[in-house]
Design a protein around this ligand. Structure first.
Ligand SMILES: [Zn+2]
Length: 266
């Protein structure tokens, strides 16, 4: 039998192995990782948030602990939070590779002041059922999770129903300042952002994509847009920006097949 894949596969086991692997590395990171269960899929898979925040003793080795939701909510108050989501659409496996890159960058990279100023919450696999059962776009109830954020139902869309509750609680202790929902794009080159139109409560939404495009050559600011079309009114980007008016909220699209360098497609 010959099996073809539309993109590089990335399962929930790959995700577990990734986090095991990064914790085995001796990181001189500023950040500590806590694994917090925040939701369950319809088939019973736990959905974890990986919280990354400055260690109390920054010279100690990175450690990962498992917390309950209640314990997680009792963390120190005040530091604003940054949230990353990936794999609402299970077929968009490049989202997981981007999420891996973000986690590695947070643990290893630069911008120490930025890392000390925020706490980071990564939900690397929202639609685990879809990944496990091989759906391209939907969860186990057959729904596109990125179209039901306005009124998710606990019995059909438990993933989003519970994540919304978690983010609502998180925002009270750690005001959410940035949310990036990572996706894959099937017919555009490069990586780019969909943002919301400017609003007076928040920073100019064009600045963050512009900054990212200056730092990462695969990201195109020119392809980024800042509008809300009728069919996107119930997606995470729009609903979360209404829940948290001071936050910048983006869909981060990443091409399925390449990026343009001059006249060459890489
Ligand atoms: Zn998508």
């Amino acid at each position: 039998m010959v099996t073809f894949a539309y993109s590089f596969p990335y399962t929930q086991l790959d995700l577990e192995r990734f986090f095991q692997r990064i914790m085995l590395k001796k990181m001189s990171s500023l950040l500590k990782i806590d694994k917090i269960k925040v939701a369950e899929t319809l088939s019973g898979f736990p959905i974890f948030v990986y919280k990354m925040a400055v260690k109390k003793h920054v010279n100690k080795k990175s450690v990962m602990s498992t917390q309950s939701l209640a314990e997680g909510a009792q963390q120190r108050q005040g530091a604003p939070s940054v949230v990353f989501l990936a794999r609402q659409h299970p077929g968009e496996s490049q989202g997981s590779y981007v999420a891996e890159g973000i986690v590695e960058w947070l643990l290893e990279g630069e911008l120490e002041g930025w890392k000390k100023a925020f706490e980071f919450y990564v939900v690397p696999m929202v639609n685990i059922d879809g990944v496990y059962y091989g759906n391209y776009r939907t969860n186990l109830s057959g729904n596109d999770l990125n179209r039901i954020w306005r009124q998710p139902r606990k019995d059909y869309h438990s993933e989003i129903y519970m994540l919304k509750k978690y983010f609502f609680a998180l925002n009270k202790t750690h005001p959410i300042s940035l949310i990036v929902d990572i996706h894959g794009h099937s017919n555009s080159l490069n990586s780019f952002f969909y943002g919301n139109p400017p609003r007076k409560e928040a920073e100019n939404p064009r600045l963050f994509p512009y900054y990212c495009s200056r730092k990462v050559k695969q990201i195109s600011f020119a392809q980024s847009t800042f509008v809300v079309s009728e069919d996107k009114k119930a997606c995470a980007r729009v609903v979360l920006s209404e829940m948290f008016p001071k936050a910048l909220v983006y869909t981060f699209e990443n091409s399925f097949y390449g990026w343009r360098r001059g006249k060459t497609i890489v």
